[in-house]
Design a protein around this ligand. Structure first.
Ligand code: NDP
Length: 493
């Protein structure tokens, strides 16, 4: 059955003014599972009006009051764990074992983190005077627009929404057209938790119209965005007309560096997770492997062997570890990368098989694929593929590896595999990336900041640093004397 979803504006569920809808497709079998309203600039206006109207009440609450509501939302997420997980699996193609055990519990945990830590976010008193008191206070920005991607449909909403709400902002969420259902469901749960009407609005429609109208709207104080680097650049341009703040978590081309002394078996385990988790649709996915020449053959053989064991299949089966990619166009784009790589001089080491079940033949499956003998000038080693396709390359010295790793416009993350922590730290300090893991890849905690440099964007999600993204720091100065003792007044006398 194709379910008809509505958008959430000012606490009311509604259709688009035009009555138009767009379809949401299950990538595991190509079937339409739902429709959502195809909104336009008019509905963006309505969201901004509703969010602005809700701002005095929401920002007027104490942090403790807002925290309690976020904790209730967290509780409701876990109370709806299975239905949320099934919904995300259906709209995005992540296997149910991942959405049940990773995405949904992490959404709840992150809200707990935001609810708790927000209560410790403070301003400062500043060392001036003694005739005055000078302090900073943290204030919400107002109405914020949160434009989220499809690779973690629920989690990316929570990353931004939790922090923005905790700090007293009212929010308009614009989820991806490919996978908007969990965002709408989260909007409903926010209402059920008792968050007042208009504080959380969720609007669906094309990025080029709805997203861009949000970015250009003078009533929106900030845009929090995760997605493609090209879209991020466009958002910066549009936002400049209203001098709007933007937080940009963009693409990556993440290096996985195996030093001469690394434990190869543990590097293989990290490589499998780093490259294939979420079918490689992760901004921080390991996609460029630089292996010391003495370990290259051993690593590539073991990595290929481990890649052969991964089970692609029915996403509602708890035994399935890899699902399809999120939409047909993306599957075709990845297939294009693979075909061109085959003619690039790289050596195809492994190309996995699509699932054979008849029910999955229309699904957008891409199997793990590994190329060897890669060089940094190849498209495979330069462009973000966003799928389970990786390239391996050799290096001779740590300096050579650092040069190869930094030879990219991106700067999101990298990992270094070594038994020598000093050598790992020395290399980490020279790598241009927002996160460098040593003997891990793709591990992110609520407590650790997430965000890149170079064309991977700026600003941070998660950790205490995210609260800077959704507050403005105001300086307040108080004269304590009532006397004209100010040092600069004499200049005019
Ligand atoms: P986009 O950057 O286009 O989509 C991300 C979000 O931005 C969606 O909500 C989208 O809406 C919205 N959007 C699109 N255009 C605009 C615009 N002009 N103004 C405001 N908002 C806009 O990514 P894609 O979904 O097209 O994915 C393309 C590639 O981006 C992937 O193959 C991958 O390489 C990369 N990507 C990186 C991510 C990351 O985490 N760094 C996440 C997702 C993608 P709508 O869906 O309606 O178009």
């Amino acid at each position: 059955m194709v379910e008809k979803y509505k958008v959430l504006i000012g606490g009311e569920w509604g259709d688009s003014a035009s009555g138009e809808t767009s379809e949401v497709v299950n990538p595991a079998n190509g079937e339409v599972v739902a429709t959502v309203p195809k909104c336009g600039a008019g509905e963006v206006d309505a969201c901004v009006t509703a969010a602005a109207a809700a701002f005095p009440e929401w920002s007027g609450k104490t942090v403790a009051e807002r925290s309690k509501l976020l904790l209730e939302l967290s509780r409701l997420i876990m109370a709806n764990q299975e239905s949320l997980a099934r919904l995300e699996t259906m709209e995005h193609g992540s296997p149910i074992r991942k959405t049940m055990n990773f995405d949904v519990p992490l959404c709840a945990e992150q809200l707990e983190y935001f609810a708790g830590v927000a209560r410790g976010i403070t301003g400062e008193t500043l060392p001036v005077g003694p005739w005055c008191l000078s302090m900073t206070v943290r204030q919400p920005l107002g109405v914020v627009g949160l434009i989220t991607p499809w690779n973690f449909p629920a989690l990316m909403v929570v990353w931004k929404l939790g922090a923005a709400l905790a700090m007293g902002n009212t929010c308009i969420v614009k989820p991806p057209s490919i996978a908007p259902l969990t965002a709408l469901k989260l909007g409903g749960l926010a209402m059920e938790a008792g968050i007042p009407k208009g504080v959380v609005n969720v609007i669906t429609g094309p990025g080029e119209t709805v997203g861009e109208a949000l970015v250009g709207h003078p009533g929106v104080a900030k845009i929090g965005f995760t997605g493609d680097t090209a879209t991020g650049k466009r958002i910066m341009r549009v936002a400049s007309d209203t001098v709007k703040q933007v937080g940009l978590e963009l693409g990556g081309k993440n290096a996985f560096v195996i030093l001469e002394d690394a434990d190869v078996d543990s590097a293989v385990e990290g490589a499998v997770f780093g490259a294939y988790f979420n079918t490689g649709q992760v901004c921080a996915a390991a996609s460029r492997f630089y292996v010391h020449q003495s370990l290259y053959d051993e690593f590539s053989e073991k990595f290929v062997a481990a890649s052969k064991t991964l089970r692609l299949g029915d996403t509602m089966d708890f035994a399935t570890v890899l699902g399809p990619v999120a939409y047909k166009g993306h599957r075709d784009k990845i297939a294009g990368f693979v075909e061109r790589a085959k003619n690039s001089g790289a050596k195809l080491l492994f190309e996995g098989e699509r699932p054979s079940a008849p029910a999955l033949q229309e699904g957008y499956f891409v199997a793990p694929t590994i190329f060897g003998d890669c060089t940094n000038d190849m498209e495979l080693m330069r462009d973000e593929i966003f799928g389970p396709v990786v390239g391996l390359s050799r290096f001779g010295s740590p300096d050579e590896a650092i040069g190869l790793v930094n030879d990219t416009p991106y700067g999101l993350s990298a990992s270094i595999w070594t038994k020598d922590t000093r050598a790992g730290l020395a290399m980490a300090s020279q790598i241009q990336a927002g996160t460098v893991w040593i003997n891990e890849h793709l591990i992110i905690f609520c407590e650790t900041p997430w965000g890149g440099c170079k064309e991977s964007g700026w600003g941070k999600d998660l950790s205490k640093m995210v609260f800077d993204e959704y507050t403005m720091t105001k300086h307040i100065y108080v004269d304590l004397t009532g006397q004209p003792v100010k040092p600069w007044y004499g200049i005019l006398k």
